[in-house]
Write a protein that binds this ligand. Structure first.
Ligand code: MG
Length: 237
């Protein structure tokens, strides 16, 4: 039996973990400070808005982008769909700050995203343990180039990207492809992400162990060190 690990779980995995797959957004990389972008745009236009409202507006948009309907919209299957879907969603804020949707879409450029403090150290440590590592992402961009630009290519063995495979999470199919690519049995593979359905339930349906990160505080490390603990515990048995 494999114990599936959930957010905050301290239970140890039973099958020894030999491969770790990561989600991209809000897992290894975080977006630019969109709340600040909204606030600056409002002030430039003379619109009364404080920082709390700007941040709440962004949180509302970002969370709306994670609903099952949006995830299933096909936005991660092509750049055209990506632009159309996100621009439509960000357009909800145009009535408050005219033109902000186009500005927010610019922030979706993955080259503008930032790694968390503990992204590189975690990948380095897992690599030093001899694990196979992969990325499983709903994305319309070739993230290999972003990893290369950040010097992170040596840590990733395979990139399973929705726009290349024609299928997106939460379809378990993307994880089945990842398992075949990485060459490790699903039950010995740990999927790490931030979305309970897309990264959690879908990977479990493909037979993988999963770990869903708790929400990030907005500063400091992402909490990826816990992944190393899970790997080590699984192998101590
Ligand atoms: Mg994510």
């Amino acid at each position: 039996m494999v114990c599936h690990l959930r957010s905050g779980s301290r239970a140890a995995a039973i099958a020894p973990i030999e491969a770790v797959l990561f989600d991209w957004g809000d897992t290894l990389f975080h977006p630019p400070d969109a709340g600040r972008v909204i606030l600056d745009a409002a002030r430039k236009r003379g619109i009364a808005m404080d920082e709390a409202e700007a941040r709440a507006l962004w949180t509302e948009l970002w969370e709306a982008g994670k609903t099952p309907e949006e995830v299933a919209s096909g936005r991660d299957l092509s750049l055209e769909q990506h632009r159309a879907s996100w621009t439509r969603l960000f357009g909800r804020a145009d009535s408050r700050v005219p033109g902000i949707s186009a500005r927010l879409y610019e922030l979706m450029d993955p080259y503008r995203w930032t790694v968390y403090q503990d992204t590189r150290p975690t990948l380095e440590t897992l690599r030093a343990r001899g694990l196979r590592l992969g990325l499983v992402s709903n994305h319309a961009y070739d993230l290999r180039r972003v990893f290369a630009a950040r010097g992170l290519s040596p840590f990733i063995d395979t990139y399973v990207l929705s726009f290349e495979k024609g299928v997106a999470k939460p379809s378990p199919r993307l994880f089945e492809i990842a398992a075949a690519d990485i060459g490790v049995a699903p039950e010995r593979t740990l999927m790490v992400g931030d979305h309970p359905e897309a990264d959690g339930a879908a990977a479990r349906a493909a037979g993988m162990q999963t770990y869903i990160l708790p929400a990030w505080s907005g500063a400091g490390p992402r909490g990826l060190g816990h992944v190393v603990e899970l790997v080590d515990r699984s192998r101590d048995k």
